[in-house]
Write a protein that binds this ligand. Structure first.
Ligand SMILES: CC(=O)N[C@H]1[C@@H](OP(=O)(O)OP(=O)(O)OC[C@H]2O[C@@H](n3ccc(=O)[nH]c3=O)[C@H](O)[C@@H]2O)O[C@H](CO)[C@@H](O)[C@@H]1O[C@H](C)C(=O)N[C@@H](C)C(=O)N[C@@H](CCC(=O)O)C(=O)O
Ligand SMILES: Nc1ncnc2c1ncn2[C@@H]1O[C@H](COP(=O)(O)OP(=O)(O)OP(=O)(O)O)[C@@H](O)[C@H]1O
Length: 448
């Protein structure tokens, strides 16, 4: 199949979106210039008949999903012009998208040596919308499950305070399904099929790189919340996700931008004013650092043989690790290091099947986490100060201090650091910022 070269296109078109109530399939259509349509399909299983009170909210949510999910395709060509057909968007919507596309594609632009500043402009064709109204959403939470530790910590916090919740995931990962099953919560699995032509465009050399996938999952779950009736979407994005990966040319580049508090607040406000006034979008773990999360996860032994944070498990096309942890990537390195202060050594080695801290070939990977001679990796890992505090803690423990990577830290890196900045305890204190609805703030006490 030979497709138009998206890098030569003048315009990226949001061609239209639709929802088939009988099959539960949403179709999101895009194109470059007058090229073939790229159609993403998202299937909401056993979709109930839409409550008429929620019709307007559903239509607004579907358009928002169309606009946000377009980032996967837009990035293949990054044309100068954006056209939204079939419906018009207002200033607030355009501002939200301009920021999401610029910041969410920050890593993509940095890696591809592109400067997108001032170049992404969604066209405004409508007056600002009148304020959204409440649409009678029942009081219950959707908890997105990613297969990793964070969402499982959230699940257990919600159970502790008796919040009615459903575990939801996007895509067909068996690993995520097993974690969701183990929560014992009701489950909802939403299928997502990226337009296959995108993979062909990638093979033909289109622009490629990281996209703000949490924003896409968020928009899918907003549609689900309105369709099935949930008034809360409880993500599990920690405080540390707001820190930039690096600074470049005056711009903060954050791999995890769509997990940041900035994006959370932006989407939360937008949804309540433009989609449904009674829908709460927030992260339950926002006050917690990565280390505060791993401390809690260390006690959730029922999930230790099931979870994985290694993103190689979640590829659509590429090869996946045989045994849940590839042991080579930044996520494997970070989660090993961040759990180590809170687990016994045999427990941790059993989870990973090996001791990554006693493997000299992993030195560069751990150096990057410590921000020693490298910048923090482009992955969802904690702040450099968290990794340094965890490593320092291990260097003081008999069971870890002889291990190759820990020994090297002690002899080569530690003498260059200020020991007073390496304490674990301050990093375990909850931060004040969060958007939890009042009924859920009890989890902040339950998480102590
Ligand atoms: C699983 C993964 O990390 N994938 C990234 C990887 O993709 P790769 O080519 O190795 O394989 P596939 O996942 O099979 O994807 C094939 C191509 O499809 C495109 N694509 C995929 C999903 C999507 O939503 N939009 C897409 O455009 C893309 O062109 C793929 O090449 O490398 C890609 C290029 O850097 C990344 O775009 C892939 O990232 C996925 C979108 C993904 O799901 N990544 C998450 C695991 C991830 O990075 N999560 C973040 C959360 C932060 C955030 O929301 O920004 C994290 O954990 O750090
Ligand atoms: N396929 C998915 N479907 C729904 N939600 C997802 C999916 N993948 C990730 N998420 C959610 O996105 C957020 C960020 O994902 P992230 O990978 O950081 O979390 P995690 O998988 O719970 O933990 P870990 O940091 O150990 O990987 C979490 O709330 C997670 O539940």
């Amino acid at each position: 199949m030979l497709l138009n070269d998206p890098c030569q296109a003048a315009t990226f078109r949001f061609v239209g979106c639709s929802f088939d109530a009988s099959s539960g399939e949403a179709q999101l259509r895009y194109a470059f210039d007058d090229g073939a349509e790229l159609i993403e399909r998202i299937v909401f299983p056993e979709a109930p008949t839409l409550d008429p009170a929620r019709r307007a909210a559903f239509d607004a949510a579907l358009k928002l999903l169309h606009l946000i999910a377009g980032v996967s395709y837009f990035k293949a060509g990054v044309p100068a012009q954006i056209r939204v057909e079939k419906y018009a968007i207002d200033r607030d919507t355009a501002d939200l998208l301009d920021e999401l596309y610029l910041q969410g594609l920050g890593e993509f632009a940095y890696q591809n040596k592109l400067d997108l500043r001032g170049k992404i402009r969604f066209p405004v064709g409508a007056e600002n919308a009148t304020a959204a109204v409440s649409c009678g959403l029942p009081r219950r939470s959707l908890v997105p499950i990613g297969g990793g530790k964070d969402s499982l910590v959230s699940v257990e916090l919600l159970k502790k305070i008796g919040e009615p919740a459903t575990a939801v995931w996007v895509g067909n990962s068996a690993l995520i399904a097993a974690c969701a099953q183990a929560t014992g919560l009701p489950m909802l699995n939403i299928q997502r099929q990226i337009a296959p032509e995108l993979f062909e465009l990638n093979r033909q050399g289109a622009w490629n790189g990281h996209i703000p996938v949490t924003a896409i999952n968020s928009a899918i779950l907003v549609v689900a919340a309105i369709l099935y009736g949930f008034d809360a979407i409880a993500f599990s994005n920690e405080h540390s996700a707001s820190s930039a990966t690096l600074e470049y040319d005056g711009q903060a580049i954050n791999h995890q931008w769509s997990k940041s508090f900035t994006f959370e607040r932006r989407l939360h406000t937008y949804l309540q004013s433009h989609v449904a006034a009674d829908l709460d979008y927030f992260s339950l773990l926002r006050p917690l650092s990565e280390l505060a999360v791993t401390k809690r996860f260390a006690h959730l032994t029922q999930y230790h043989a099931l979870f994985s944070s290694c993103n190689r498990n979640f590829r659509i096309l590429g090869t996946r690790p045989a045994d849940r942890w590839c042991g080579q990537c930044p996520k494997c390195h970070f989660v090993f290091l961040a759990l180590a202060p809170f687990c016994t050594k045999p427990q941790l080695v059993q989870i990973f099947g090996r001791n990554l801290l006693d493997d000299e070939s992993q030195t560069a990977g751990f150096d990057a986490l410590l921000e020693y001679r490298h910048h923090k990796p482009f992955e969802c890992v904690g702040e450099g100060r968290e990794s340094r505090a965890a490593m320092y803690t291990l260097s003081q423990r008999a069971e870890w201090r002889e291990d190759a990577i820990v020994q090297r830290f002690t002899h080569e890196i530690l003498p260059q650091l200020d020991v007073t900045a390496l304490a674990l305890a301050p990093l375990l204190q909850p931060a004040a910022e969060h958007l939890l609805p009042a009924r859920l703030t009890a989890v902040l006490d339950a998480s102590g």
